[in-house]
Structure formats: structure tokens, C-alpha cells
Design a binder for this molecule. Structure first.
Ligand SMILES: Cc1cc2nc3c(=O)[nH]c(=O)nc-3n(C[C@H](O)[C@H](O)[C@H](O)COP(=O)(O)OP(=O)(O)OC[C@H]3O[C@@H](n4cnc5c(N)ncnc54)[C@H](O)[C@@H]3O)c2cc1C
Length: 359
């Protein structure tokens, strides 16, 4: 199969570099020309976590990995062994550095308005505002975290805390996650699902409480701060803006509404896109996941909006009553209907029933 003359990326953020790396992996480097246009030279760095197998086109960009994940709620915390999977951390900068090492990308700075006539394929991570399905629920996942260094060894470096709800829940669904890099160093992040972002003090009050009462130390210094906002919406954007003009990344609807996870979805989408191109000679957007997954997301979004106090118990129960491999497959939208029945059967069902009735 002959390669397209070039892949032109409109926006050069996380998704563009993932699709570029996967294209090289699947199609090979020969004849593959890549250009990236972004409005800015500066790439905002961000911590990006992914679960799954440790081998993919981006795995060499991982900056940390864990074999166990922890969930906390009420008086309990549970540690789950990931078996053959890993929970990996990347950064926007590490993925871009891997692309710079492996690919010959020509970069330009400027406004990306649309494809150029001479480019055969345009992969677009800029939001063009056109919807396949408009939003019925729009919330935000917002967070503020501290990278801290403690005076005493406080962390188990094999265990990443994914969600610990043992924090004040009074203004939205709130949990802390902890990514340890050494026994005395970790990123401790306060994450919230709610309609609007908070003042810095609201996150920091919870971070201080969590570090004092759950991690159990007062001897630490803050060495970096991370803040961020991810949309939580059931909006489904258009993926095809024209022939060979395909939306990717968050602009292509690849951010999971209820979790914010995007990176692994981009890797899978890019693999399917490149393999289909190899087989058919046509570049197009892969088929969307079955519609029932959007409905599950809508139900959970409505519960987060209308009954946030129910959410910690639902998410803790999901992880404590189901095999971790099945939960990740469900969140990756790869389960069968029979799997999903057993998962929903394990959860508190009343909030879901109310969410089905409510709009
Ligand atoms: C702080 C933070 C933490 C996150 N953590 C995780 C995580 O742990 N795991 C996970 O899977 N996902 C995570 N996400 C979600 C998601 O992976 C990131 O938002 C990711 O950056 C999405 O990639 P993208 O390329 O779609 O968007 P971006 O990385 O934001 O890239 C879009 C690019 O397009 C450029 N652009 C936009 N409009 C134009 C225009 N008109 N002309 C030219 N250039 C333009 C922008 O400058 C930008 O560089 C996180 C998001 C944030 C904000």
C-alpha cells in the first residue's frame, strides 16, 4: 500500500503526537511526511495516566508505572493487583519528545483554519463546534495537585491511588489521587466533578487534610503545582469535516465523558484508523462505540449533577465488587452486554433508576 503524500496535523497537542507515532508504527516510516500546525510554540505540560498493556506506540514515553491501584471510601481502602496490566504515567512533553526522536515532523506556528489543498489527509484537534449530538449534560472535571517531598518515607511506590473519596464532599464529588515516584515523593491531586471550578483554597484545604490525616505527615515541601480542567459532557462532535479531514483527540469526541481519560482511546482510534487505511487505501474515522456506552455515561453524568453524594459509593462499589480487568474493559467500552449486566447488578441501582427517569 502506498502512503498518503502527507499527514497534516491541525493542532499539535497530545493527540496529534499520538496519531503521528501510531502512523509510523503501523505504516512504517518510508514515504510518510508529517506537518504540524499549532497556534502556539508552547505546549502546556500535563500528567497523563493510562491503564492497560505496557506495549503500544507510545509506551517508550512512560515516565512512571505502577502494578497496583488503590481506592478509598468511608473507613476502607482497597489495593487491586493489575495482573498483566500496568497503570502508566506519561506527560504531554514525554509524548512529544518521543515523537521528536522517532519522526521527522515539520512544525509551523499559526492559526489552523482547515486543510491545505496539497495535503492529502488532515487530522484536526481543533474544536470546530459542529455536533453529531449536542450536550444534554455539561459538567467539569477540575483539579489542583501538589508534587510533594516528605521528610520521612511515606509512600508505597508500587501503588497508585486512583480515587480516594475520604475527603470533604460538601461542594461536589471530590477525590484525591496519589502517584508516588519515590518513597518520599508523590503527586497528590484533589479532583472534583461539578458544574464550575473552585477557588484554590477549596482544593488546598482538602489536600492539606488528606496529607495530614490519610497520608499521615506534616513534614513535607511542595515542589510543583498542577491545575487543570477537562469537560465532562455527553456532546458528540462531528468527526468528519470533509473528505480526509478527520477530527481527533478531545475535538473528535475521544475524551470519555465520565472519566476524562483520552490518551488510550486516541491510541486505539489511531491504530484502527491506520490499519483500516492499510487495508482499504481510504483514510476515515473509525466507527463509534455502541450507543449504549453513551447512555451509561449520560446516566452517571446525571447522577453526578443531581445526586453527587451517591457517586463515591457507586464508584467504590464498582471497583470493590468487580474484577479490575473487567472494570477497565468496561471503561474502555470493550465489554459485552452480558458483562455490563453483571457490572450494573453489582452497583447501588436506585440512583440509576432515578437517572433513567430524570432528564
Ligand atoms: C491537566 C489535564 C490532565 C489530564 N490527564 C489525563 C490523564 O491522566 N489521562 C488521559 O487519558 N487524559 C487526560 N487528560 C485529557 C486529555 O488527554 C488531554 O486534554 C489531551 O491533551 C487531549 O489531547 P488533544 O490533542 O485533544 O488536546 P490538546 O493537547 O489540548 O491539543 C490541542 C492543540 O490544538 C491547538 N489548537 C487549538 N485550536 C487551534 C487553532 N485554531 N489553530 C491552531 N492550533 C490550535 C492547541 O494550541 C493545542 O496545542 C488531561 C487533561 C488535562 C487538561
Amino acid at each position: 500500500m502506498k502512503h498518503p503524500t502527507s499527514l497534516h496535523f491541525l493542532g499539535a497537542g497530545v493527540a496529534a503526537h499520538i496519531y503521528a507515532l501510531v502512523a509510523r508504527d503501523v505504516l512504517g516510516p518510508d514515504g510518510l511526511r508529517m506537518t504540524m500546525l499549532d497556534k502556539s510554540h508552547d505546549v502546556p505540560d500535563r500528567t497523563l495516566c493510562v491503564w492497560g498493556s505496557s506495549s503500544s506506540a507510545i509506551s517508550a514515553a512512560a515516565v512512571a508505572q505502577w502494578k497496583h491501584v488503590r481506592m478509598g471510601h468511608g473507613q476502607r481502602s482497597i489495593d487491586l493487583d493489575l495482573g498483566s496490566m500496568v497503570y502508566s504515567q506519561y506527560t504531554a512533553a514525554s509524548i512529544r519528545a518521543l515523537a521528536d526522536e522517532r519522526l521527522d515532523v515539520s512544525r509551523e506556528v499559526g492559526e489552523a483554519t482547515g486543510p491545505r489543498a496539497q495535503e492529502s489527509v488532515s487530522l484536526d484537534s481543533c474544536d470546530r463546534g459542529s455536533d453529531r449530538f449536542p450536550a444534554t449534560v455539561s459538567l467539569l472535571q477540575h483539579f489542583r495537585g501538589w508534587r510533594i517531598r516528605t521528610t520521612e518515607p511515606m509512600f508505597d511506590i508500587d501503588v497508585a491511588t486512583m480515587m480516594d473519596f475520604r475527603v470533604d464532599q460538601s461542594h461536589g464529588v471530590c477525590f484525591v489521587y496519589v502517584l508516588p515516584y519515590a518513597n518520599n515523593e508523590a503527586l497528590v491531586e484533589c479532583t472534583v466533578f461539578s458544574a464550575s471550578v473552585w477557588d484554590a483554597e477549596q482544593y488546598e484545604m482538602r489536600l492539606k487534610d488528606y496529607i495530614a490525616n490519610i497520608i499521615g505527615t506534616s513534614g513535607y515541601q511542595i515542589i510543583a503545582t498542577e491545575v487543570g480542567v477537562i469537560p465532562m459532557t455527553d456532546r458528540v462532535p462531528q468527526r468528519l469535516h470533509g473528505p480526509s479531514w478527520i477530527a481527533i483527540g478531545t475535538a473528535g469526541g475521544l475524551t470519555k465523558p465520565t472519566t476524562g481519560y483520552t490518551v488510550a482511546r486516541c491510541v486505539r482510534d489511531a491504530e484502527r484508523m491506520m490499519i483500516a487505511y492499510q487495508r482499504t487505501g481510504v483514510f476515515t474515522a473509525p466507527a463509534p462505540p455502541p450507543g449504549r456506552f453513551r447512555w451509561y455515561d449520560q446516566l452517571l453524568l446525571r447522577i453526578i449533577r443531581d445526586e453527587p453524594h451517591e457517586v463515591p459509593k457507586i464508584l467504590f462499589t464498582l471497583f470493590s465488587r468487580n474484577p479490575i480487568e473487567k472494570i477497565f474493559r468496561f471503561l474502555d467500552e470493550g465489554t459485552s452486554l452480558a458483562d455490563e449486566v453483571t457490572i450494573f447488578w453489582s452497583l447501588p441501582w436506585r440512583p440509576f433508576l432515578r437517572a433513567i427517569i430524570r432528564r
